[in-house]
Ligand binder design. Sequence first.
Ligand code: ZN
Length: 299
Amino acid sequence: MQDFIQTLSEEFENIYFIEGEGKGNYPYSHSLLVGNTLIDTGVSGRRLRKIQKDFQIKTVVLSHWHEDHISGNNLFPSAKFICHEKDKIPIEDITQMFPYYRVQGEKAGEEFKTLFDMFGMQNTKISAFIADNEIIEIGNSLKLKVIHSPGHTAGHCGFIELNSKIAFFGDMDLTRFPYYASIDSNLMEYENSIDKLKDLGAETVVLGHKNPVYGKNNILSELDNFKSVIFKRDERILSNLSEKKHIRPIDLKGKNLIYRRYTYENFEIISELVMIEKHFEKFLKNGLIIMKNNGYILS
Ligand SMILES: [Zn+2]
């Protein structure tokens, strides 16, 4: 067995953590293999080809539409692909990712195009949809339950295998960087999804971009930390608002309120602005700000 394919529990030998290339950092991601069902295809083409030598993948479940989770779809021409209905559009037509990220006609859009070409990304036909609480039966005994956890994208799903309590949280990834910067992201849903994952009772969790976390309590405290990053962003953004001066999200563009420094500057400045807009939506809903003269003031 390849060293990037690891079992997570001695008792459940047919559930594997598949470590993504580059420790699963973007543009790669980690996968979970449950029997003959693979969750996400972003570990790298090289690794996916190696997996195919040992396993016959019949079904690929996609946690969400982002390119770093679906880049290897084309390597499974005979597998059945399933995802949540709300994430279907940019998976079936990857050119839709540009408007979804709001990078159409932008330099960041060209950079994306280069990445897509590098991965040889192709459109993927989805053959069935998964819904919240649905149980995907795998082999004789494995039961993979779908946890619709929107916010990162509208159709983002996590999963838990019910016998082993091994879960996959996808890009609710418990890193220091919660991300909700596509047009179908929603910050309030994101926070609700974190709470939903806390109620799962997961004992081991595989994450899109971080090493697995073991133990119920560790998982719960990491979910709390993850949420607290959002609250710190709330504070930073609110500290730029006042009761007098009308501020729009665009006025806060490029001020490093979310990214401490920009690595992929063209893209991250756009992402940051989209995320600031999501915080404004939340502030407005919670009555913390009010709209005035096309801008916002503290209420
Ligand atoms: Zn993602």
